[in-house]
Design a protein around this ligand. Structure first.
Ligand code: SF4
Length: 881
């Protein structure tokens, strides 16, 4: 159970108003108060008046607006409104083109505005010492003031100075400012005004230390996280009611790692796939923004898809989200839909194109309900411009149409996230006066920005361990506190003066962030607050960080060392425990079932290519169907380019008939034949492919036209030939394996013998045809498969390197690039032997993990064949030997 510090308990008991620096602190205090009453067996108790400063200010402002003491300005800007106003000011300013990141500049300018008003720096005092940056800020500030005047509104920081206090509280009652690292003049003034009205207004009192604190050096930052987790575990094993605080300053950057280690040590069951986040015994306070939550990301991606193009990967991920219509019940078919649509989809899609691709893909008769819903969703968002309030309604209605936030009951975190999303959407509606009417894309962009700027931490209730990134004074007492990362380079924190305000003015105003002295003082205050908030405080630092040795922070160097016994029994990762507890089962790695059992299986050339490269890969791809999931690429993919080339060459082969006809053609006739072939092939290959623009296809056609002109020159320079067949299909059996093959072209040479040609749009080499396990047995296979043994085999290479033949023949002068082999019949015998062995291995189920050199570098099956584990084991055995 959380414990309230004594002063806070007293204040709450006397019905004080507690105003905290942020909402999380207010929540923690309310939670501790409620739990305290609950543990005492109370059934009802007074609700505490605990709220963050921003909410308290809005309350006072609203009270005054409806009471006798009207506010000086009609409207108090919300955080979102204030940020939007500054973004607009910066966007509308003349120098916008020079800014790389206008919204970042707006954020920085707004921070400055808030800081100078909190610290009572008159912005006119900046003018005489203005740098270029300061002048930019002053110009933006002038415009912001003007706009606020025009809209009759005021920003929260200035409003605090003028906060109407009528009817605040009963005279003599308490008002406590809690969780503020220091008290700037704006808060001192507020306290003074409240005191003048007869209230006891005060900050949190300084407290006596409960602990001396102990410092601890650990090997590195990872070791610190592990040690803190094990410390927490030991504490909780001794007393499950302990409430612990772990501070990890770079938690946001290391969130995944910290989450995993804490779950592994404190709550291993939560790592199981069936576990939900609810009920975990630790909570991470990471300051995540709303857009980073998966459920919100699904909604935002849907809206963005309706108004523009998104990368295929984003769309694919979105399509499989459980937060969409039938997202859980149709998860399987939808994943298959995702795989299938990769054949048609471009590397970027908008909603219209996605719907087209999905309709084309999902022809199995079981239409996915989401496909129909997407049409209505798009319609809902298609008109503009509209005001933010109108867009708020349209966005909500549209999201309902696609079933957001999904069909399964939401857990607590998801439920809170959806609530926050709707709250932020309502906030978006209030930007009407600032943003005016927006086109659909601008509205979605503005909404995303708002979500990106909205920090959100779901409330997790009473968790045993709170993990935070904040180097700040805790508002509650803890049973133990561990602060990590306290090396000399990190703490006290480096000053970060405001870039828009002259440094001397900041120091003179007493802004802690402006100077090393200010940060040192703040560090001391925070250290004192940790020591006052718990009886056990451990302050650790890493010995090495980024290859550099680290010293402890000067603030902790004088503390005693933590006793060694503190360092708990070593804890082994849960994954190791499971692995080590496994009962190993021996499985004989014999051959796979023979092909004879796979009725109707017909092999192709690729089966033998794979069998030669790695028998397991041939088995996995050709018999288990373990294919790589396609990934839409920019431009036309290699497979389609190859298909286009083959279709054009097929048309040309049919038109040319023999080399005599090629010689008889005039240049114009040759060009016309080429044009006709390109046209026919283009219609065939790209007719139904909507994924490429006409310009992209034109570009590919022109590229091919250039290559084929050169190719026809090469063909014309050859010795006489006749084209016997193009795309010639062969059904045959080798070593009992039925094969279905297609040879690109068979030419008859002047002496009546035959040349087999395979066209390649990529790189290939005849040097890969030799040996017991040729790297590429495709052409040897053709040589073995045809009824009439060939006199020559050749690749016809048409690629970025140019055009040429590469091959071998029994006789000279077949074509440039085709070399003569001395003993052609012996070569044919060698090939037959190699091909028959490979075919027999394939048929017999020989599926050893036995890759040729470099075969794995181009293979997608590492996780299936576990070659990496085998290699590790082989290395270990060698080392032992
Ligand atoms: S990764 Fe290597 S060993 Fe595994 S299937 Fe592919 S080629 Fe064979």
């Amino acid at each position: 159970m959380y414990r309230l510090p004594e002063h806070l308990e007293r204040a709450l008991t006397s019905a004080a108003t507690i105003v905290t620096a942020d909402p999380r602190q207010a929540f923690a205090v309310r939670l501790a108060w409620n739990e305290q009453h609950h543990s005492l067996g109370h059934v009802v108790w007074p609700s505490p008046d605990v709220l963050p400063l921003s909410t308290w200010l809005a309350r006072m402002w609203a009270r005054a607006a409806s009471g006798d003491e009207p506010a000086e300005h009609a409207t108090l800007l919300t955080t979102a409104q204030e940020r939007t106003l500054w973004e607009q000011v910066v966007e509308d300013s003349g120098g916008i083109r020079d800014l790389l990141h206008p919204h970042g500049a707006a954020r920085a300018a707004l921070n400055t505005w808030q800081r100078i008003h909190q610290w009572a720096i008159d912005h006119r005092a900046l003018e005489p010492v203005a740098t270029e940056e300061t002048r930019a800020f002053l110009s933006w500030a002038g415009q912001a003031i003007e706009r606020m005047r025009d809209h009759r509104c005021i920003d929260p920081t200035r409003a605090l100075w003028r906060c109407p206090l009528a009817g605040t509280t009963v005279e003599g009652s308490e008002f406590v400012l809690l969780g503020f690292d220091c008290e700037p003049p704006s808060l001192s003034e507020l306290r003074a005004r409240l005191t003048a009205r007869g209230l006891q207004a005060r900050g949190a009192p300084g407290r006596e230390p409960q602990a001396a604190g102990a410092k601890l050096r650990l090997a590195n930052a990872e070791a610190e996280v592990h040690a803190a987790a094990r410390w927490a575990r030991r504490r909780l094993e001794r007393n499950p009611d302990d409430r612990l605080l772990i501070v990890i300053p770079d938690l946001t950057q290391r969130r995944g790692y910290v989450d995993y280690v804490l779950a592994d040590v404190l709550d291993p069951a939560s790592l199981l796939a069936s576990s939900t986040r609810s009920g975990r015994i630790f909570a991470l306070e990471t300051g995540e923004t709303l857009d980073r939550y998966a459920i919100v990301a699904t909604a935002l991606t849907a809206l963005e898809l309706a108004v523009g193009y998104l990368a295929f990967d984003t769309v694919s991920h979105w399509l499989r989200s459980p937060y969409l219509l039938a997202g859980v019940s149709a998860a399987g078919p939808r994943a298959q839909l995702d795989i299938a649509m990769r054949r048609f989809a471009a590397e970027e899609l908008d909603l219209r194109e996605l719907s087209t691709v999905l309709r084309r893909t999902d022809h199995a008769g079981e239409k996915d309900p989401l496909i129909e819903a997407l049409g209505r969703f798009a319609e809902k968002l298609s008109t503009g411009p509209r005001t933010p309030a109108e867009w708020t309604v349209a966005f909500s209605d549209a999201l309902k149409l696609i079933g957001w936030p999904g069909e399964r009951p939401l857990d607590s975190v998801e439920h809170q996230t959806v609530e926050k999303f709707h709250g932020t959407l309502r906030e978006f509606a209030t930007l009407e006066r600032l943003l005016g009417r927006l086109e659909p894309a601008a509205a979605v962009r503005a909404l995303r920005r708002l979500m990106e700027q909205t920090a959100f931490q779901p409330e997790t209730g009473d968790t045993a361990v709170t993990v935070t990134a904040r180097l700040a004074a805790p508002v509650l007492n803890f049973d133990g506190i561990w602060v990590s990362g306290l090396h000399a380079g990190a703490w006290p924190e480096t000053p970060y003066p405001d870039p828009f305000v002259p440094w001397q003015l900041q120091v003179a105003a007493g802004i802690p962030e402006a100077s090393a002295a200010g940060m040192l003082e703040r560090g001391r205050r925070i250290l004192a607050s940790w020591l006052a908030s718990s009886q056990e405080v451990i302050l650790s630092w890493p010995r090495r960080l980024d290859d550099e040795d680290c010293d402890p922070s000067p603030l902790i160097v004088a503390l005693p060392d933590a006793v060694e016994q503190l360092l708990l029994p070593s804890s082994r990762p849960y994954a190791h425990v499971i692995h080590e507890s496994a009962q190993l089962e021996r499985v004989a790695d014999g051959p796979a079932p023979s092909l004879a059992l796979a009725a109707g299986h017909v092999a192709d050339a690729r089966a033998l290519v794979l069998q030669s490269l790695c028998p397991f890969r041939a088995f996995a791809e050709k018999r288990l169907g373990a294919r790589v999931v396609e990934q839409p690429q920019p431009g036309i993919d290699a497979r389609t380019r190859g298909q286009f080339l083959h279709r054009v060459l097929e048309q040309l082969g049919n038109a040319l008939e023999d080399s005599g006809k090629l010689h008889r053609y005039s240049l114009e006739e040759r060009g016309a034949a080429l044009d006709a072939a390109l046209r026919a092939a283009r219609n065939e290959v790209f007719e139904r492919a909507h994924r490429w623009s006409r310009a992209t296809i034109d570009l590919e056609t022109e590229r091919l036209r250039g290559l084929l002109r050169t190719w026809l020159e090469i063909e014309a320079a050859r010795a006489p030939f006749r084209i016997l067949a193009v795309e010639h299909e062969i059904d045959c059996a080798i070593a009992g394996v039925p094969f279905s093959l297609r040879i690109d072209r068979i030419d008859e040479l002047a002496d009546g013998r035959r040349l087999l040609i395979d066209f390649k749009s990529g790189r290939a080499s005849a040097r890969r045809w030799y040996g017991d396990r040729p790297d590429d047995p495709q052409m040897p296979l053709y040589a073995v498969a045809v009824a009439t043994p060939p006199a020559a085999l050749a690749y016809a290479l048409l690629n970025a390197d140019g055009c040429r033949f590469e091959g071998v023949s029994a006789a000279p002068a077949v074509a440039m690039g085709i070399a003569v082999v001395g003993d052609w019949p012996a070569q044919l015998r060698d090939w037959r032997g190699a091909i028959e062995r490979l075919a027999a291995d394939f048929a017999g189920g020989y599926a050893q993990v036995d890759p040729k050199r470099d075969a794995c570098s181009n293979c997608h099956l590492h996780s299936l064949c576990r070659i990496d584990e085998l290699r590790v084991r082989a290395t270990a055995v060698t080392d032992d030997e």
